[in-house]
Write a protein that binds this ligand. Sequence first.
Ligand SMILES: [Fe+2]
Length: 303
Amino acid sequence: MTAIVNQLAFVDIDVVDLDAWAGFARDILGFGTVREGGVLDLRMDERPFRYRLRESTHDGLPTLGWQAPDEAAIELLGQRLTGRGLSFSPLDVTRLRDRGADAGLGFECRNGIRHEVVSGLKPGPAFEPAPAVSGFVTGSGGLGHVVWSIPDVAAMDELLLDVFGMDLREDIATPAGPGHFYGCNPRHHSLAVFCAPSLRLEHLMVEMGEIDDVGCAMDRAEDEGDILMQPLGRHRTDQMISFYVRSPSGFGMEVGCNGLLCGDDWEEVRDSSRKRPWGHGAAMRGHHKARPNASSATRKKDA
Ligand SMILES: [Fe+2]
């Protein structure tokens, strides 16, 4: 099956407190910030924005912006969505200009998450990270990853594996049901989901250039007050060394480094080459112990 998306390229989120977000993004995380009226763009690289935040009366859930290689992929995606009974709308000229894209479509998936898939994204002005930050790891791996609790993991499998053509990189068993980690480039996962009664955004992850960036960002978060959610630790799944901080919208931001890259031999090395997880506080002990769900861990897109 042809893969239609190759990275999580951007997110678009309604937020209540744009001023708080500007300070948080710039002073704690080290993003570049560009504000025009009620829109705040957060920059991590040469893209004009990786996060587009819109001032609103409520804190919303992110629209996920996926990158497709070309317009033909967008057309194929439309056919696949229609074939699965999922309705979509082509992005109009105004929205395409807003995204800096040539073509694209948008839809809400069966779990209630809004997705856009676009092609022809253009680079923006040169980017210099904040003085205290060596840089962010983006490139072909995209902006990082996003993790949700969702009610219907099977429906997400259908969308991401059968329609988008992504790989299932990890299938773990938790007391509430399966946790699935989906990848579409060497980054271990661009999206992960955990089974839960209702839809909830768990966190968005940004990867920094080196461990000192992460440590210094954690210091800045601690100095800010009561916003540190989980201390430093290493994940078993993507091996990321990271901490979690509460964003001004309430959801978590994971700030990490040294994330695992998955090659074509991932099926063989998955359970043999990873270091032991540690840290992240008591809440993560269960996740550290979670083991692959052997019944379906090998499902992946066709070659
Ligand atoms: Fe994460």
